[in-house]
Design a protein around this ligand. Sequence first.
Ligand code: HEC
Length: 138
Amino acid sequence: MKKMLSVFVMFSLLIISCGETKKEDVKKEVEAPKEVAEEAPAAGDDLIAMGEKLFTDKTCVSCHQADAKIVGPSIKDIVKVYDQYDASLVAFLKGEKEAIVETDAGQVAIMQANLDGFVKDLKDEELQALAAYMKSVK
Ligand code: HEC
């Protein structure tokens, strides 16, 4: 009988502790939206990191440096003009908007070759990442 009682006590303890973990789970779920909101800047950082990698992988870096003009204008010069005109880098990369930084036909043709060549195959998210990275260059 005593043994039965201790088994019963253990069993009820088990149930109680399970009940507690469930309660914690529920609490976590309730808090989740707040956590997501706090993580939003981190998601931005992820996009920037992805863009930085793409900028190298997709050879943009061979013509665009942060500060100095090489073949193409520097990233900072591009972003300055885009901010000034409140223009969309993604729209330009999608070929929806014409060049506004350098409008010399020869220069535009060089960039246009990239847009027609491989930039058109990039996903929306990749273009957003490239734009986010370019804007993050300070
Ligand atoms: C072979 C050299 C070259 C490569 C590679 C290149 N660009 Fe360019 N890019 C240029 C030149 C030259 C211009 C100046 C002409 C112009 O503004 O369209 C330019 C201009 C731009 C502009 C400004 C467009 C405007 O409004 O005037 C953006 C934005 C840009 N490039 C982004 C990129 C990105 C992103 C990549 C990689 C996916 C890339 N470029 C790869 C040469 C290059």
